[in-house]
Structures are given as structure tokens and as C-alpha cells.
Design a protein. Sequence first.
Length: 355
Amino acid sequence: MKKILQLGSAFIGVIVGAGFASGQEILQYFTSFGLAGTMGAIVCTILFGYLGMILIRLGSRMQTTSHKEVIYRISGRYLGLIIDYVIIFTLFGVGVVMIAGAGSNLNQQFDFPYFIGTSLMFILVLLTGMLNVDRVVAIVGGITPFLILIVVILSIYSLVSMDGSFASLDTIAKEHPTSLPNWIISAINYVSFNIALGASMALVMGGAEDNEKTAALGGLVGGLGIGVLILLSHLAIFSNIDALQGEMPMLQLANIVSPTLGFVMSIVLFSMIFNTAVSMFFSFSSRFTEMGTRKFKLFLVISLVIAYALSFFGFTDLVSYFYPLIGYLGLVLIITLIVASFRIEKVKRSTSNQQ
């Protein structure tokens, strides 16, 4: 049970980064559709649970150290090439967004210059990237419970203290801009984007777990946990949509409840940004080089330097345009994973025959 919870917590930590924990993703993908966004959150919960279970189970079954071998095995040479490059593009792009999110977080809460947060995140990811995969999983999973606690507190406070009704707030919520056409496409796009984001690290985490059943349950628990957090965050933001502005609505909401909670939320948010940034660059580097080697460390440094420069395009703009694009591209991966879930025994036999 401890291992299942650790894997589940780590999976949440990989997915929940700057965009989610800040509330910016939730606002654009769910709350901007008003009451209908709640249905989108429920759809996401089901999909995340199912796909998280498949991903980590596949990683455990194939004992993989990189997403490459699994993706090509389950999708073939040509489709595998497309999915591989979608994941590579996602890993690096989201890494850039995480560094940008660190700058926005410290700027909004403490009024620090933007480059302070981005520079601090750059250094922390660089140092952590030198550790082995087990240490990284432990770090990523260890911070997640604090976010869950704060989200629950904010959701309860928001629902208890709200003055109007959801119906009256529905119109206000729908005034917020989104690049998605409707709630169902938005929900599927959000899952697709996040699975493309988390697939590589989830497979690597699964590869570090020998017990396939434990791996599958860890993925299921993590996926369902993400869905519940989406629903709670959406309700918290929706309940206060008339009072929230800025790049990080959840951080603003925490400050409304209490300056102390706002301070704690800013630290947790920065930690969650760090979680996802580490996962993205760790997975990105392990795709091209062997983990722990000198080449891996050199590749990581070069990748971080380039990402640091790109992060100055701005957090909100990156989330608004980059995330939906990855969501549409990631649909290919989602379909492949669903098909693979019915062929998982065949995947194992093929691997065994090769060995």
C-alpha cells in the first residue's frame, strides 16, 4: 500500500505543475465553461484513472528506462515515431512553461523580479537532475500531499463562504477567455495534453517497480487523485470567479482566505512547479542519453540553458497557446494507449521473445 500511494503521489506530482496548481489551467479548461466545466472535470477523472493505470503498468511490464522502447513496441515503427516526437516536444515545452511559472509565482506573491524565480528554478532542477530515478520519484511524490491538503481547504472555504449561486456566477465564468470550443473537447484535450506530458516519466516510474499489480494500482490511484483535484480546484475558482484576477487564481484565493495560507500556498506551488520541471527535463534527457552518465548531465545542462532563455516569453501566453496544441497532438497517444490496454499480454510475450 505504501508503494502504491508513493507511485500515485508521484504521478500526481508529475502532472500537477505550474498551470494546474496556480489555477490557470483549471480556469482556461474548465471554469471558463461555467457549470458545464464540472462535467468536464468528471470526464477527466475517469480518463486519468484509466490511462494512469495503463501507463505505469506498461512501464513495469517492460521494465523500461525510457518512453522510447514502450511507445515503439505498442504503436509500431511509423506511428511510434510520431508519438515519440510529440512526447519529446511536450517534455521540453512544458519544462519551459514550468520555469516561466516559477518566475510568475514569486513575482505575484513576493513582488520579486521575474528572473529571480526562473533562475532559482533553473538551479534547483539542474542539481536534482544529477540524482538517480528512485531519488527523483521520492522527491516528486513527497510534496504532493501538501498541495492536496491546501486544495481541499480552499474548496471547502469557497463553497461555505460563497454569497451567490453557481447559476449567477455562470455568466461571469463564461466571460473568461479560452482557446477551446466547448467543455467536452476541452476535457479530452486536457487529458490528452497531460498524458502526453506525464507519459514519459510515468513509464520510467513503472520501470522502476517490479510488481506489475502495484504499478497498475499506483497509476489508478494517481489518476483518480488528479481528477478529484481538478474538480475541487474548479469549484473553488468558480465560487469566487467574480473576485479573482491575475495569472494565478488559486494563489490569489489562498491570500483572500489568509495571508499565512497564501504564503504557504506560494511555497507549495513553487514546489509543484519544481516537481514537474524536474520530471520533464529528467525524462527529456533520458530519451537521448543514458541516465546517470556524463552525457546525460551535459545534455541536461544544455537543455536547461535553452529552456531558461525561452521562458521569458511569459507564463500565461505559454499556457494559453502551447497547452491546447499539445492536447490535440496527444490524442494519437491516448488512442494508442487505449488499444494497448487490450493488447497488453501480447506486448509482454513480444518482449519476452526478444529477450
